[in-house]
Design a protein around this ligand. Sequence first.
Ligand SMILES: NC(=O)c1ccc[n+]([C@@H]2O[C@H](COP(=O)([O-])OP(=O)(O)OC[C@H]3O[C@@H](n4cnc5c(N)ncnc54)[C@H](O)[C@@H]3O)[C@@H](O)[C@H]2O)c1
Length: 243
Amino acid sequence: MARLNGKVAVITGGARGMGATHARRFVEEGASVVITDVIKDEGSALAAELGEHARFLAHDVTDAAGWDEVVAAAEDTFGPVDVLVNNAGIQKTGPLLDLSEADYRKVIDVNQVSVFLGMRAVIPSMRRAGGGSIVNISSLAGLIGSPMTVAYAASKFAVRGMTKAAAAEFGPEGIRVNSVHPGFIRTPMVVDLPDDHPVIQSAPLGRIADPSEVTALVLYLASDESSFSTGSEFVVDGGYSAV
Ligand SMILES: NC(=O)c1ccc[n+]([C@@H]2O[C@H](COP(=O)([O-])OP(=O)(O)OC[C@H]3O[C@@H](n4cnc5c(N)ncnc54)[C@H](O)[C@@H]3O)[C@@H](O)[C@H]2O)c1
């Protein structure tokens, strides 16, 4: 039996990278998926490839009014939303002293405020569905600090805390909220990082992961298999944060 049979999912930032891998696997596992992104061509092409159980909507996750349109379109096309994967994100690395206020705020807006907007828009639909699962994509950078990542770390630590607060608030209604903390994953976001970089080699598994290795975890959290997990951090980092 497919692991997401009949579920309706919204995946943000789903046009490429890990979000696209999640979308492909979710449809294979029986879900209907609304993919959102600011990259229209790739998002539309992916939805066309996935067929009648996928729909692409151009949406910037920082646009609050747009979130209501995403939920309305998901309900009209497929029904109430069971799963939300807050995946869209950006990274701006560099010395703290060189980081502009505008860039700092942009990272917070896209990576953190969007998670609030997404949960606020989707939870009423999950109530109509009778419950749901929210998977907030944080990062290794939401667990430990590293140089040159102050804005990204701030946003991803916040996602971890927001996840726990929302889990506490909505658990009694059968809405579970968990965070996922990937290490280094081979996507367009880390395209310049070579496999033999000392940072990669320092982790116990000593390699960059394929997006499908994160998808396996996201799929578990989206499905009813994770029915007793909420408010938790799920780490998929090749052991990087363990040593
Ligand atoms: N790749 C990694 O090593 C890694 C590690 C830890 C966490 N993450 C997180 O995983 C998530 C997915 O990243 P990825 O590695 O697949 O990167 P990616 O850049 O390939 O994908 C991110 C997607 O988000 C979309 N996006 C960016 N800004 C947006 C906005 N304002 N509105 C809507 N969509 C927007 C992009 O267009 C893109 O399709 C991100 O939250 C990222 O921070 C990535």
